[in-house]
Design a protein around this ligand. Structure first.
Ligand SMILES: Cc1ncc(COP(=O)(O)O)c(C=O)c1O
Length: 609
């Protein structure tokens, strides 16, 4: 895996220079420098870094590719986008989205009452709000209130019941009626792990029969002029563009039919989300088969073609892609706390003035191993190892010789594995599984990478330093939760190699990339590990600034958030200590002070790493 697949997943956002990963932007700070600056203040555990310039880059890219496609296809409708709040509602992530999106009139999508209130609070003047998901009368009334307050809001109905409630509310109050959208239940399904958002058995949307009924209901209620949008969403992280094209043909024709049925204010098609992010690090398993250029051109071209063939006005295009906008803006950096089989390090070799001939031969093999000879040398090394073990059993070599032999042979195997990693033989694959190293990371997979735990979604991972040397260890990653699911196991099809580090002497940090979409709100407090401390990094030509620090919740805060009373916890612990018989007075005070410090820190491990 050359450069940890940086050229596949990083979208040129990062580069490797002087052995470190750097931001490929303006003053190009190294991630390690940023982390060390943050850790100077005693911060330990995992850290989440946000880079607003990457949100800006994605918003610009979305708008500019659609603008280009509109020009090239002489398209008459406009392009509009809304950010789906469910993808990341965290204040500093959303701040980046609304600030960077302001000049594009970038709107927000809400899928619940809380998100709708957040949208009404954060929406820039005049930008669009779309509302999806199941709605009760209260949520629909909130939509009316938003409309009355001047927001450009569209309530997308997921079923006829919702439309009936909209009509009911419109009769009951004098508030301004919001725009109405219809989510269509298409035949077309998406592709990838989230494909079930589309298709006839999808959870959401109206069938053609229900759409016809909806038009009749709207006409009767004299609200047909409020029907402004047709909506579909075939699933997040669409790996293949073909299902989108089928969905566009279906939805485009529904739009055209409805216009011809008299829905004269129907002017918008909302294509939902789906725009995928490249998460893979290995060329043989790329996440998607299209670019943003192809995506935008296909949408615009197909809609123009359908409308022109039916002589219908080109609709304005709306998208709700959020993963594409924010996934790349956040990196999780985790210290490695321990390597579990550290005993075969080259620096522990201790040769004598005169070594047994087979040891000398192993030294040569280790030195001269190359891509061409590695399989042959590996076989020689394994053969020598067998002989050396027999010599040891018979008392012809001593323990030091045996240790040297083991280190050399392990090293030869590791080098051969690395050299043949693109095309390993069966024998190498077996060796690789036996030799893998466990890296203990100071983080919780349940909290920070829940989609890995729940869906097997891979996130690009790599060391942020030590990149001048070749990583040779086949690695699996263990988190610090007491749960065997908290592991990213070594996968021979998508191998991860990390460095041999002596953690007593050096630090080792891993970066998990593209974690800015969904992971933060889906993250769970398993074992009561909380959202990592987060920082926003503003980069300019002269350097960078670390702002918006939000520390990870401390132990008392997390206990309080699930309903415990922190004063009562402290009181009980304090009393127990003061009442204890086996402790002298002075030590009681020191221990109490220590206890108070412990509970006011976050629960991640506080070793020097
Ligand atoms: C209706 C709707 N719009 C937008 C999105 C966001 O899509 P994406 O994850 O591709 O950004 C989703 C997510 O599933 C959705 O359900």
């Amino acid at each position: 895996m050359k450069n940890f697949g940086l050229d596949i997943w990083s979208n040129k956002n990062f580069i490797i220079e002087n052995g470190e990963v750097k931001l490929n932007y303006k003053s190009m700070p190294s991630i390690l420098d940023i982390i060390q600056e943050i850790r100077q203040d005693g911060v330990r555990g995992p850290v989440l870094l946000r880079f607003p310039h990457l949100v800006k880059k994605q918003i610009r890219s979305l708008y500019s590719y659609f603008d280009k496609a509109i020009k090239v296809n002489n398209y008459k409708g406009s392009f509009n986008a809304v950010f789906p709040l469910k993808v990341n509602q965290f204040p500093h992530a959303l701040e980046a989205v609304t600030t960077q999106g302001a000049k594009f009139n970038y709107g927000l999508e809400a899928g619940s009452k809380a998100e709708l209130i957040l949208a009404m609070y954060k929406i820039p003047n005049g930008a669009n709000i779309t509302v999806n998901g199941f709605k009760d009368k209260e949520m629909i009334t909130l939509g009316f209130i938003a409309s009355q307050c001047g927001h450009n809001i569209t309530l997308t109905i997921e079923g006829l019941g919702e439309l009936e409630t909209i009509i009911e509310v419109s009769k009951e109050c004098d508030l301004k009626v919001p725009n109405i959208g219809i989510r269509t239940r298409l035949h077309s399904t998406g592709s990838g792990i989230w494909a079930k958002s589309g298709g006839m058995d999808a959870k959401f949307g109206l069938t053609s029969t229900e759409i016809i009924e909806a038009i009749a209901l709207l006409r009767d209620a004299k609200l047909l002029n409020k029907l402004s949008m047709i909506h579909f969403h075939i699933g997040s992280q669409m790996s293949d563009i073909a299902p989108l094209k089928r969905a566009l043909r279906e939805a485009g024709n529904i739009y055209a039919e409805l216009r011809m049925m008299g829905a004269s204010e129907l002017e918008n098609i909302n294509i939902g989300g789906g725009l995928a992010v490249e998460y893979d690090q290995h060329t043989k398993s790329k996440s998607r088969n299209y670019s943003i250029d192809e995506f935008s051109s296909s949408v615009v071209f197909l809609l123009a073609q359908i409308m022109d063939s039916k002589n219908v006005k080109h609709p304005n295009i709306f998208t709700e892609s959020g993963r594409f906008i924010v996934a790349s803006h956040a990196i999780l950096v985790t210290p490695v706390l321990e390597l579990f089989t550290q005993d075969y390090q080259e620096k522990l070799l201790n040769f004598k003035d005169i070594n047994p001939p087979l040891i000398e031969e192993l030294r040569e093999l280790n030195k001269l191993l190359s891509n061409q000879n590695c399989i042959e040398y590996l076989h020689d090394a394994l053969d020598h190892m067998e002989s050396l073990l027999t010599l040891f059993d018979l008392g012809y070599i001593d323990l030091q010789d045996r240790s040297n032999a083991e280190i050399l042979v392990h090293n030869i195997i590791k080098k051969a594995l690395y050299l043949k990693s693109a095309n390993p033989t069966d024998e190498l694959e077996q060796l690789q599984i036996k030799l893998q190293e466990r890296y203990l990371i100071n983080a919780s997979i349940f909290q920070s990478l829940p989609d890995y735990w729940g869906l097997g979604q891979h996130f690009p991972v790599m060391p942020i330093h030590h990149l001048n040397s070749t990583p040779l260890r086949a690695a699996s990653l263990w988190d610090i939760t007491c749960d065997s699911d908290g592991e990213i196991g070594f996968n021979p099809d998508e191998p991860l190699y990390l460095h041999d580090i002596n953690l007593d002497e050096e630090e080792y940090f891993l970066g998990f990339f593209n974690v800015g979409a969904y992971q933060e709100t889906l993250g769970m407090n398993h074992n009561l590990f909380t959202h990592p401390s987060e920082y926003t990094i503003k980069i300019d030509d002269d350097g960078h600034q670390i702002i918006n620090e939000v520390e990870s919740k401390n132990i008392l805060q997390i206990l309080e958030s699930i309903g415990y009373n922190k004063d009562s916890i402290l009181e009980k612990l304090e009393n127990d200590l003061l009442m204890s018989d086996f402790i002298i007075e002075k030590e009681k005070d020191d221990t109490l002070a220590k206890l108070k410090i412990f509970v006011e820190q976050n629960g991640y491990l506080r070793t020097t790493n």
